[in-house]
Design a protein. Structure first.
Length: 102
């Protein structure tokens, strides 16, 4: 299952984030999206986990969690290509405040 993560603190690297998701199960791949010119994180990324149940557990536990003082959003990635429209969007369901210290 592919997971989308938003609101990532800029100092978080791929190695650290992989270790965080490995706590829930095997990470097949992980990529933090970066600015082409500066190499600076754009604050979001994608994780692919081999087991859907483990991925769902990671989403459940991490969505809305506090990570280095930032509230992150974690959800199943939408693999559908975007077509037309104004692009608007997103929005994640917010439930309870969770704290995640790494």
């Amino acid at each position: 299952m592919k997971i989308f993560i938003a609101g990532l603190p800029f100092q978080v690297g791929e190695e650290e984030l992989t270790a965080v998701f490995n706590d829930f199960g095997h990470v097949k791949s992980l990529r933090i999206v970066k600015d082409r010119e500066t190499g600076q994180s754009k604050g979001f990324g994608f994780v692919e986990m081999t087991n859907d149940d483990e991925a769902k557990e990671a989403i459940s536990n991490m969505d809305g969690a506090d990570y280095y003082g930032r509230r992150i959003s974690v959800a199943e990635a939408d693999d559908k290509p975007r077509t037309g429209g104004s692009g608007g969007g997103g929005g994640f369901k917010r439930t309870t405040q969770k704290s995640f210290d790494r």
